[in-house]
Design a protein around this ligand. Structure first.
Ligand SMILES: [Fe+2]
Length: 157
């Protein structure tokens, strides 16, 4: 029989969820830095609108970095906080020296697609573990980011 943690979840399930959330955190951190790179490096006729849009994106990603890390703590675990660890486990790869607007936006779409995939896996793991806190956090992110993917895809035509 498995132990119960401070918020009433089985410690075994909490361990698995925390590990997967650390994988999600790593992806958010790499994606965040990619979005900052797009904000800094984008050039061309759409500079002014894209520069602002990329700031909006990375500001939102940074808020979610903190929320994901604090969910890991709430489950009784420690969030990864070294970029060397993030680079090892992130599905999203570092995207460097990108200047062309559409290429930046495509990088965002691919990053969001990776987040959506991971968050759906987490949503289903959390549901199986009766972890409504993690499940609802993932649901909120999924709904928001699906809409963002639609808008970015519309921009790309
Ligand atoms: Fe800036």
């Amino acid at each position: 029989m498995s132990d119960i943690n401070a918020i009433g979840l089985h410690t075994d399930s909490a361990n698995q969820l925390a590990e997967k959330l650390n994988e999600l955190l790593a992806n958010y951190q790499i994606f965040y830095m990619n979005a900052r790179g797009y904000h800094w490096n984008v050039k061309g006729p759409h500079f002014f609108e894209l520069h602002v849009k990329f700031e909006e994106v990375y500001t939102d990603l940074l808020a979610k970095v903190d929320e994901v890390a604090e969910r890991i703590l709430t489950l009784g675990h420690e969030p990864l906080h070294a970029y060397s660890d993030y680079a090892k486990i992130s599905r999203i790869q570092e995207d460097t020296h990108v200047h062309e607007g559409s290429e930046c936006v495509r990088g965002l779409v691919q990053g969001y697609q990776a987040l959506l995939e991971l968050q759906r896996e987490l949503n289903s793991m959390a549901a199986d573990a009766d972890d409504e806190g993690t499940a609802s956090q993932m649901s909120d992110y999924i709904r928001e980011q699906e809409k963002t993917v639609w808008m970015l895809s519309a921009y790309l035509g």
